[in-house]
Write a protein that binds this ligand. Structure first.
Ligand SMILES: *Cc1c(COP(=O)(O)O)cnc(C)c1O
Length: 370
């Protein structure tokens, strides 16, 4: 079996974990948490880092901290993970979707402005799979209409847009450190910002909104979304290796490209744009509509060959949970719908070996008969 993700821990992970045990610091009060926050924020060109339990709750906190409420609208791509839309829905606000760009697979920037109404509060930017969103026009629109930016950079640690780090563009920017992200803490997340007041707000929201002057007294509802010292220990060790990790991710993508680029029946990730080189968080493949062998058949055959695959995201406007609320009925975003129906990704974790990649790629060539 070749798993869809194999993590790699070849830095100081063990050393730091043993330090947690030996010193007894295992909770969020331990010293690795602050170190990891500071160093990750610094690496990502931000002033403040607030670690949290995962990338989904980072978005919950971001939405709450920006004061997004009932009646508000937030523009985001329909092609994303449910965490983005869920955070907005839970706040009582409404996600408004845009379609994807067929080349970069990110949100179609040209569709944002027509969706702005008097209710629009923010744009939630999500960098998808390996290439960043086109930030310059998005920032211009946000500026013109006075909108906040929530930047979901869960898949983009260390990626840059025109030389500037992803995660440095949002009023609040969020990351995930789930096992398949470039930097992993098993489960974990981070919020980054340059705004001191927002940073303090996020810190409070993550920690049950205890009043500093009298613990156990609250004038606001928060959550316990804290990261533990054990998680931060692993995160810090991974961060020390980030250059190596990003280099390996790009090697993996290029190796897949060398086998699979320019085939008739599939589309592979764009290698670069004017503003970024793909970092291949996952190596995605989209089966073209004119392919003789269809998506389901390809997935079935890869699974028979014991190759781990995952389907692409399912569009937000087609989620049963939202449709049952009476939302998005009759809306259509054809590019994203095609991605959701014909896209999948193959083993591309940092620990995946060249031999495994060759095996996956040659299996795909065989299945496609190309
Ligand atoms: C992984 C991911 C998340 C969620 O992160 P978790 O840590 O799994 O909760 C959010 N947004 C995007 C774009 C992701 O890829």
């Amino acid at each position: 079996m070749i798993p869809v993700n194999i993590p790699r821990f070849d830095g100081k992970e063990k050393e730091y974990l043993i330090e947690c045990i030996d010193t007894g610091w295992i909770s969020s009060e331990g010293p690795f948490v602050k170190k990891f926050e500071e160093q990750f924020a610094n690496y990502s060109e931000r002033k403040f880092g607030i670690s949290v339990a995962n990338g989904s709750v980072a978005l919950d906190i971001a939405v709450e901290a920006l004061g997004i409420r009932k009646g508000d609208e937030v523009i985001m791509p329909t092609f994303t993970i449910i965490s983005c839309a869920a955070a907005v829905i839970r706040a009582g606000a409404t996600p408004i979707f845009v379609d994807s760009d067929p080349k970069t697979w990110n949100m179609n920037v040209g569709q944002i402005e027509p969706k702005i109404t008097s209710k629009t509060k923010a744009i939630m930017v999500v960098h998808i799979y390996g290439l960043p969103c086109e930030m310059e026009p998005i920032l211009k629109i946000a500026n013109k209409y006075g909108l906040k930016i929530i930047e979901d950079a869960a898949e983009m640690h260390g990626q840059t847009y025109n030389g500037k780090k992803c995660g440095s563009f949002g009023d609040l920017s969020t990351f995930s450190f789930y096992a398949n992200k470039h930097i992993s803490t098993g489960e974990g997340g981070m919020i980054l910002t340059n705004n001191k007041i927002l940073a303090e707000d996020c810190r409070s929201l993550r920690n049950l909104c205890f009043k500093p002057e009298r613990r156990f007294v609250h004038d606001r509802l928060g959550w316990n979304y804290r990261m533990s010292n054990i998680q931060a220990a692993i995160g810090l060790a991974q961060l020390e290796n980030i250059d190596k990790i990003l280099k390996r991710k790009r090697e993996i993508g290029q190796l897949y490209n060398s086998f699979l680029k320019n085939l008739k029946s599939i589309e592979t990730p764009l290698e670069e744009t004017e503003y970024a080189k793909n970092v291949y968080w996952v190596y995605g493949i989209i089966v073209k509509n004119n392919s003789k062998i269809k998506y389901n058949e390809i997935i079935k055959k890869l699974e028979e060959k014991k190759i781990g695959v995952r389907p692409f995201f399912w569009c937000m406007h087609e989620q049963p949970v939202f449709n049952k609320m009476g939302l998005y009925k009759g809306e259509s975003f054809p590019i994203a719908e095609n991605f959701a129906r014909n896209g999948f990704y193959v083993p591309s974790g940092v620990g995946t070996t060249n031999d495994q990649i060759e095996k996956v790629a040659t299996s795909i060539l065989e299945i496609l008969d190309e």
